[in-house]
Design a protein around this ligand. Structure first.
Ligand SMILES: Cc1cc2nc3c(=O)[nH]c(=O)nc-3n(C[C@H](O)[C@H](O)[C@H](O)COP(=O)(O)O)c2cc1C
Length: 175
């Protein structure tokens, strides 16, 4: 499957998670591009999408929501997987199907995997530094790349199932 990993990231932690997801999908035989959400003008040429965003003050980034809204019509026929990176409500292993299945819109409305992210105080301004205590996020790197690989591996298998179904439908002329 030709896959777009579209990322909304302020300080780069989620972008690096996106690269790790892409590496695992490539291992599964998929052809993958990782791009910032703002730079994607169309989903033409992609069979599926992984959308990942950082969480700030209890919400995924506006750019991720805008991306989903802006290309809503193009998303419709494509399977979409969603993850977030944050320091709270991190999804535990083992991952259930609810976390590894493609999701319908609105993309951050249903259940989705939340991976531990990064808070690097040295990159933050004074307002953000005072906010991290308020939201309960602490200075650390909580990314679990084994968990991210496990999630991506399951997503990769599901993508292959979609691909097989798509081919079968095309062969029968029902697509
Ligand atoms: C000001 C600020 C607010 C944050 N608010 C939340 C939050 O509400 N919930 C959460 O889980 N993580 C929160 N985080 C943690 C970020 O989601 C985490 O650092 C994320 O990995 C950052 O990704 P990025 O480097 O791609 O921007 C916050 C971090 C900062 C700096």
């Amino acid at each position: 499957m030709r896959v777009l990993v579209a990322i909304a990231s302020t300080y780069g932690a989620t972008a690096e998670i996106g690269e790790a997801v892409a590496a695992e999908l490539r291992q599964g035989g998929h052809d993958v591009d990782v791009r910032r959400v703002d730079s994607v003008e169309s989903l033409q040429g992609y069979d599926g999408v992984v959308l990942g965003s950082a969480v700030y003050i209890g919400r995924v980034l506006t750019s991720a929501r805008q991306f989903a809204a802006r290309l809503a019509e193009e998303f419709a026929p494509r399977p979409v997987w969603v993850f977030a990176s944050g320091m709270k409500s991190v999804t535990a292993y083992p991952l259930g199907a609810a976390f590894t299945s493609p999701v319908p819109p609105p993309y951050f409305g249903a259940r989705y995997a939340i991976f531990g992210g990064v808070v690097d105080r040295s990159k933050l301004g004074s307002a953000e530094r005072s906010l991290i205590g308020f939201v309960g996020a602490t200075h650390s790197d909580e990314r679990d790349f084994d968990l991210i690989a496990a999630w991506s591996g399951e997503v990769s298998v599901r993508m292959n199932q979609f691909d097989a179904l798509d081919r079968a439908r095309s062969a029968q002329g029902t697509r």
